[in-house]
Every structure is written in C-alpha cells, then in structure tokens.
Design a protein around this ligand. Structure first.
Ligand code: SF4
Length: 373
C-alpha cells in the first residue's frame, strides 16, 4: 500500500462539551505546549517505525476546537508538518468555532497558508443552538461568517445540523437560505444522531420526527444546486473544485495518518486509535511509547467491502477498474445477487464500469449499504 498522503491532527479541547458530542474531547480553553511537543514526537515515532518519508497533500486540524491553538502553537505545527508537504500544493484545513473566531486570528491563519476553514455554526436558531447545548448565539454565527467573507478566505465550509428535536422545517429552510446567500464554497449538513454514552442518549433525547428529517434533506438537495453548490457525498456539498480533498481520501478508503489523543490512523490496512485522554496520551508519548489503544488489520476481503461502502457514499460512486486495482476485487462480485431490487426501485445504477447510488438511493444509503457488509 502506498504511503499515506493525508494527515489528521486532533486538538481535543473545547470550552464547553455539547450534550450530543461523541468525539474524544475534554473541557479546556487552552492547549498545553506539552501537547504540541507530543504531536511532533508521535509523528517522528510513526515515520521511524514505518521507514516513511511521506509527501503530504492534505493536513486537517480537527477537534475539539483547533481554533483554540494560540499563534505560536499553530505556527510551530504548520512550519513543522509542512516540511513533509508535496511540492505542488497542499490543502490545509482548520476547524473553527464561532466562540474563538477573531478578525486578527483569521488574518494570521491566512498568513500561515491555511487555505480552508470549516466553521461549526450548526444552526442559526437560538432555540436549536440551546437544545444542542452550544454556547454560541445565532448572532455570533452570523458575525463569524461575515468575518470570513471580509477576509476573503479562499475556501470555507459551514457545518450545519438538522433533525434536532424542536427544529422546524421552516426554520431550517430559512437558515439554509441565509447560509447559501453568504456564498460559502462548501456545506456539510449532518443529520443529528444520538450516540451511546452521550448525555443525549443517557437522558433519552430523541432525534426530530422522521418526516421532518426527510423534508430537510429534500430542502438541502433542492436549494444547494440553485446556488451552484453540488452534492458530492451523502452529507457534503461544494462548489466545483472546492470539495474537501482530505475527506475524499477517507471515502476512497485510502490510508491516512492521525495524530493526537483519540485520533485514528489507517496505515497498511491497519486501523488504530490513540488513548483518548490528552494527559495520558502526552505521558505515553513522553515515555517514547506509541499511544495506540486499539488496532485491527483488515483482511483483503474486509478491506474491499469497506472500500465498497465508503465509495458508495459519494455521488460519483465506484469506478470498477480503479476499485479492482485498489483492492484486487471486482465490486460486482461483492454485491452480486443483492442489487436487483435496488436497481428495480431506482436506488442504484450499474453501467459502463460504474456503480453508484441514485439521488433517491443516497437518501436511504445507510439501509442499502448494510446489505453489503
Ligand atoms: S464544539 Fe464540537 S467537538 Fe466540541 S463538544 Fe461541541 S460538538 Fe463536540
């Protein structure tokens, strides 16, 4: 398997932990310098272990809240990790929260050649934000979008959530129209899912009514193309040329590096994840130990099946000959006998070396894909 070309760096701190959040996050509003050192040491250990000298095409700072990194820390990380960048170009994404977005910060990020911001606005309704236990207001979200626009950031994504209890279809449509009017290059729209172990699950909070969720998906699919923003994955929409290269790499099921507490890596078909607690992660790295707490190596068939599932999440679907080169399997053989009903019901098409879900199929992708496991 080729060396990974994508690097994910996890910044695990948030000022407030939202009740629906299942990410590996801890309460805090500063990132300790020891964490920055640990990220660099972990990287050196991984490169040494695998004898790698990668040429990175994407670096993604996710969280948590990467916008909590101070200027010195971010400059240090970017200067250090871009030593391994591909010569031609690199996509550098930073996730930001409206509560830690300032005009001066945005200009500094631009000067560091960060070329993509992903802003977690989630909703423009104060009631919905309250239900989500987010601490920012609709007004702050709107101000943050304005700051990004004024700074002429080359590419910015706005994250929204739908299917929140109490969120009306009308409100969601108004939010979406406002967002689209702001001319973002990318929108990620996630249906709220209730994850085990979160306060939402413990308090038995349920997603909004199914009919509303379907109506909101239809509104997304109807309005986004009117603004030249096209769906390219179940939850992702972009202007042509502004699709997230980092996330496309995940959906192709290619390998990637992941650094930091709770981060996942996928190298040589082995998936591993790190200790979730940042303090314990730092301690392990300081003792020159890799912080892996979980590891699984996929069999050839499992890798092929997983690749089938991730690629079918995209609008383009599967290119059968590229799939065969990547996995050694013919995708048709993997789904044989299970597709007729989907094709008859206009949920899937197989033609000219390509397998994909139709627009209707993508709306019910999860129930289709579980048949191919
Ligand atoms: S801001 Fe995002 S990462 Fe942080 S707790 Fe909330 S949902 Fe989780």
């Amino acid at each position: 398997m080729p060396q990974p070309k994508s690097l994910y760096i996890h910044i695990p701190y948030c000022r407030n932990i939202c009740d629906y959040c299942s990410f590996p996050v801890f309460k805090g509003n500063i990132v300790p310098d020891t964490y920055i050192e640990a990220l660099k040491s972990e990287w050196e250990m991984i490169l040494k272990d695998h004898q790698f000298n990668p040429e990175l095409e994407t670096i993604y700072f996710g969280g948590g809240t990467p916008s909590l990194l101070n200027e010195n820390q971010l400059e240090e990380l970017i200067t250090y990790f871009t030593k391994w960048k591909n010569n031609n170009s690199i996509e550098i994404t930073l996730e930001a929260n409206p509560t830690s977005l300032l005009k001066s910060k945005i200009h500094f990020w631009k000067s560091l050649k960060i070329n993509r911001i992903s802003l977690g606005i989630q909703s423009l309704s104060d009631n919905t934000l309250k239900t989500l236990t987010r601490t920012h207001s609709s007004k702050l979200s709107k101000n943050s979008i304005q700051l990004l626009k004024e700074s002429e950031f080359p590419s910015f994504n706005l994250d929204v959530i739908f299917g929140v209890p109490g969120q009306s279809v009308k409100q969601f449509e108004e939010d979406l129209k406002y967002i689209l009017d702001q001319n973002p290059t990318h929108i990620s729209a996630y249906e709220l899912t209730i994850e085990e172990g979160t306060p939402y699950a413990i308090n038995n909070i349920k997603q909004g009514p199914e009919d509303d969720v379907i109506a909101m998906t239809e509104i997304l699919d109807k309005l986004t193309p009117q603004y030249g923003i096209l769906k390219y994955e179940i939850s992702n929409y972009a202007k042509p040329g502004f699709e997230s290269k980092h996330n496309i790499n995940y959906w192709l099921n290619n390998s990637y590096f992941g650094l930091g507490s709770g981060a996942f890596s996928f190298i040589n078909r082995t998936r591993s994840s790190n200790e979730r607690n940042p303090q314990e992660y730092i301690q392990l790295i300081e003792q020159n130990k890799l912080a892996n707490v979980f590891e699984e190596t996929l069999s050839d068939e499992n890798y092929a099946r997983e690749t089938l599932m991730t690629q079918l999440r995209t609008v383009k679907g599967i290119n059968c000959s590229e799939f065969k080169t990547q996995t050694d399997y013919n995708p048709i053989d993997l789904i044989k006998g299970e597709t007729e009903l989907f094709i008859e019901n206009n949920l899937m098409t197989i033609s000219e070396g390509n397998i994909k879900l139709t627009a209707t199929g993508l709306k019910v992708a999860n129930s289709i894909l579980k048949n191919f496991i």
